[in-house]
Write a new protein. Structure first.
Length: 353
């Protein structure tokens, strides 16, 4: 019922091998991940007629992930991003009176961990093969001072597929100095399986009564606003097209949705549903926030799977995490991690039809 296989996916410019790991549950749910960036590369699920299709953006070969046009765009397709997901205001933060300055990698912004974040590292992989689940545990040691962050951090990202067809991502980290940690996965979903089609025909639901408005740089303002009577009200299923089409300043500032939703106190986070194919993706987490990004900056700049160029609204990201810029926002849940305390988080993705 459950298998896991590995194969050479390509070589990095320095000659290091990159390995692709494929988890398979009865040919009904198939997921692949690679050790470069601890990246989620493929996710196959059946439609209502039993047809398998890949529903996450990516590339057919490692070379796709290394192509200059993609690397320069910082799209993070399927990547593990860290140490900190999202933006940090002023590209700096303070801990115990010391200010740490962070490099800019997206215009005037420090985004998703910096110039050479966790998405561009080769992780060590360990296979998991058990009766009820298979998977891969990736390990990376982020040295003190990397991308400006304090503390040496040991981090493990574990992908598992179980006998219920559930794909889980488990994060664990420890540090030797006080630091900040807030990783996530940056998969882009399009449940139609046709990446030429936008996700505007998907129904979307989020278990959130509030969201975080942003400024012109996509940075949270610090306010927490109710979703009622706004384009961010997904408390009941609604077409993405309907909400994205509204004349709302918050949508115009970032070209669509690129906002964090304040999840209610339940394990359930969100549901994405494609009526035409019947595929449904349910997301579970205990993280306080869900960063929803509708691929606003994708601009047909590079070739993806099957030679398709990924345009605006080609897919949607559902990034479970603490709130962006939490280190500079006292009202947000803390992302500070003390030595000996550790960090841990888990997200479960259930793909059905």
């Amino acid at each position: 019922m459950l298998t896991i296989e590995q194969k050479l996916f390509g070589k990095l410019p320095n000659g290091q091998d990159v390995t692709l790991f494929t988890m398979n549950f009865k040919d009904e749910v198939i997921a692949s991940v690679m050790d470069y960036g601890a990246t989620w590369t493929h996710f196959f699920g059946k439609d209502r007629d039993g047809k398998l299709a890949d529903v996450v953006l990516g590339f057919d070969t490692l070379e796709g992930y290394l192509q200059e046009d993609y690397q320069n765009n910082y799209c993070y397709i399927g990547s593990t991003v860290g140490r900190i997901a999202g933006r940090i205001k002023g590209n700096q933060f303070s801990l115990d009176g010391q200010t740490f300055h962070l490099p800019l990698n997206a215009g005037a912004i420090h985004l998703h961990g910096g110039i050479e974040g966790w998405d561009r590292k080769l992780w060590k992989a360990t296979l998991i093969s058990e009766t009820n689940q298979v998977g891969v545990r990736f390990y990376y040691q982020s040295p003190h001072g990397e991308e400006g962050y304090p503390g040496t951090v040991d981090v493990w990202v574990t992908y598992t597929l179980n006998t219920s067809g559930e794909l889980s991502i488990h994060y664990k980290a420890i540090t030797d100095k006080k630091t900040i940690i807030n990783p996530t996965n940056h998969a882009y979903f399009n449940l139609s399986g046709d990446f030429r089609q936008p996700i505007t025909d998907h129904m979307f639901t989020v278990d959130a009564d509030s969201y975080l408005p942003v400024d012109s740089q996509g940075m949270p303002t610090g306010a927490i606003v109710e979703v009622a009577e706004s384009p961010f009200d997904f408390r009941t299923p609604i077409l993405l097209e309907e909400q994205l089409g509204k004349a709302e300043e918050q949508l115009q500032l970032v070209g669509g949705i690129d906002h964090s939703f304040v999840l209610n106190n339940s394990e359930y986070a969100a549901t994405l549903f494609h009526p035409l194919s019947g595929r449904k993706l349910i997301v579970h987490t205990l993280e306080p926030g869900l960063q929803v990004y509708t691929g606003n900056s994708l601009g047909n700049d590079f070739l993806g799977k099957g030679g398709v160029t990924y345009g605006k609204y080609s897919a949607i990201c559902l990034e479970t995490q603490h709130f962006p810029d939490a280190i500079n926002q006292p009202a947000f849940q803390s992302v500070v991690v003390e030595p000996g305390e550790g960090f841990e988080s888990k997200t479960v993705f259930v793909l059905t039809s």
